[in-house]
Design a protein around this ligand. Structure first.
Ligand code: C2O
Ligand code: CU
Length: 493
């Protein structure tokens, strides 16, 4: 795959602040807005509270007429949507029938360490007896063939997602398909008259490039980013594709009623950020963020969404005449990446949904006078004989603890960057206090677990860990940066 990389590379020129190079597809890509939007199936329990997902390599028809080898939870991309309820624990049994080890992380999950998907806690392929270690020779708690991930689900209703998290290899694994939704529901949200049923759509947005035969194009597909000189430098900004997929389909189209819809937007891209808006313009009324409902709805004309982030929005398609085509566009893209998907408003319909003026209680996280402040510098620094992505000049080494945070205490975490880094913290959602000393931005409201820190910016967060003691990670969710070791161990004590 890499052999073709030089030939397949072109400067992206893909807009405002999306830097980096983009792999140009060699396969025939379909005309936009022809492929129907798939909605991932909801997973069924194998027994009460237990979901069983088998990771398999299969061929999927993503581009019409071509077959793309994917790694899929249950052989599909996105994987099945898991729906759980607050307070009802769930076990997800992962069986690995692939040829590589995996680690599954529930992004946004309030999860004990043993079940969080620590990057070295591998699930080895079924029947594989080799000894797998990371490049640094470290091993974790390895399971053979299968692992039960137990999630207490003691958390607010929210749009979570699960994806691969193996140390050094997260980028290629997710790119090839190892990602799915996990939606948490609760009574607070059920009591609200929000759009539901067919009018609630999870939308997983990501970019991919394709080789001529339809295979996903990814540089050095099975190599760790940080171990491949050359590749490492070429892909410093992360891997960008030229085809936008929503729920695994290229620029899909979806027929809608002239009514309100709830769209759960997830940016599952490795490195691309989007500025989402609708054309013709319709307001995006944000009702939730990474960690669930906001206190009150917030109206946007456009929403910036970085890798790992979720925005829960309501769109009212009754504001345009039946027959209107409403395109979801990306203000940061160019050519193919300027379009995301399309809605075709096909019929008048009754609608008893509403967006209440008050949605949910959001407890403000207020750091006490003299609260501990920790500073984390995300930047490109010297690592040995080359440049690499670092946090406080250190690359991820599992035993190198960068913070010991006492459970229950509100701390201020100051994130400082050189270029854009979407920073994600495991275990608990946080709140954004300030950007550059001023108030937080329009996309920072509510409980967040991923925050996009812009170039040369200083972002202060209120962080509080609860319940579970152990080692967790914080990292850049640009997955190539993560694989190049822009990750730190955080220990809760
Ligand atoms: Cu979405 Cu540490 O991951
Ligand atoms: Cu980064």
């Amino acid at each position: 795959v890499l052999g073709g990389a030089a030939a397949g590379l072109a400067l992206s020129g893909c807009g405002l602040d999306q830097t980096g190079e983009q792999l140009v597809s060699k396969a025939r890509v379909p005309t936009r807005f022809r492929v129907p939007l798939p909605v991932p199936p909801v997973a069924r329990e194998a027994s009460p509270g237990v979901y069983q997902l088998t990771q398999r390599e299969v061929r999927a028809e993503i581009l019409p007429g071509l077959h793309t080898p994917i790694l899929g939870y249950d052989g599909i991309f996105p994987g099945p949507t898991i729906e759980s309820r607050r307070g009802t624990p769930v076990t997800v049994r992962i069986r690995n029938e692939l040829s590589v080890p995996t680690v599954t992380h529930l992004h946004g999950g309030h999860t004990p360490h043993e079940h969080d998907g620590w990057p070295l806690d591998l699930v080895l392929p079924v029947g594989d007896d080799r000894v797998w270690t990371s490049h640094h020779g470290v091993t974790g708690n390895t399971a053979k063939g299968e692992r039960d991930y137990r999630y207490p689900m003691d958390q607010r209703a929210a749009t979570l997602w699960y994806h691969d998290h193996r140390m050094d290899f997260t980028g290629p694994a997710v790119y090839r398909g190892l990602a799915g939704f996990h939606i948490v529901r609760d009574d607070v949200e059920d009591a609200l008259p929000l759009p539901r049923g067919d009018r609630e759509l999870p939308l997983m947005i990501c970019d991919r490039s394709f080789d001529v035969d339809g295979a996903f194009a990814y540089p050095a597909l099975d190599q760790a980013m940080r171990s491949v000189p050359g590749v490492r430098d070429e892909w410093m900004e992360g891997v960008l594709g030229d085809v936008v997929l929503v729920n695994g389909a290229p620029w899909p189209v979806h027929e809608v009623d002239a009514a309100r819809y709830r769209l759960r937007l997830l940016n599952a891209s490795n490195a691309r950020r989007y500025r989402v808006s609708l054309s013709p313009a319709l307001p995006l009324v944000q009702i939730g963020s990474d960690g669930g409902l906001l206190a009150a709805p917030l109206t946007h004309d456009e929403i910036d969404i970085a890798p790992g982030e979720r925005f829960d929005v309501v769109v009212d398609f009754s504001q345009v005449p039946v027959g209107t085509e409403v395109t979801m566009v990306n203000g940061l893209g160019a050519g193919g990446t300027a379009d995301i998907m399309r809605f075709r408003v096909v019929r008048r319909a009754s609608d008893d949904s509403r967006i209440p003026a008050r949605l949910a209680d959001v407890e403000p996280l207020v750091p006490a006078e003299g609260a501990r402040m920790r500073t984390f510098q995300f930047h490109r620094g010297d690592v040995g004989d080359h440049k690499g992505w670092t946090i406080n000049d250190r690359q991820f080494a599992p035993a190198d603890v960068q913070a010991d945070s006492p459970l229950g205490e509100v701390e201020i975490w100051r994130l400082v960057t050189d270029v854009h880094h979407p920073v994600h913290i495991h275990l608990d959602q946080f709140q954004v206090l300030r950007r550059d000393g001023k108030e937080s931005g329009p996309y920072d409201q509510g409980w967040k677990d991923t925050v996009d820190v812009r170039p040369a910016e200083v972002v202060d967060l209120a962080v509080r860990f609860t319940d579970y003691r152990g080692s967790y990670v914080m990292h850049c969710h640009n997955l190539e940066h993560e694989d190049m070791a822009m990750m730190a161990t955080v220990r809760t004590v």
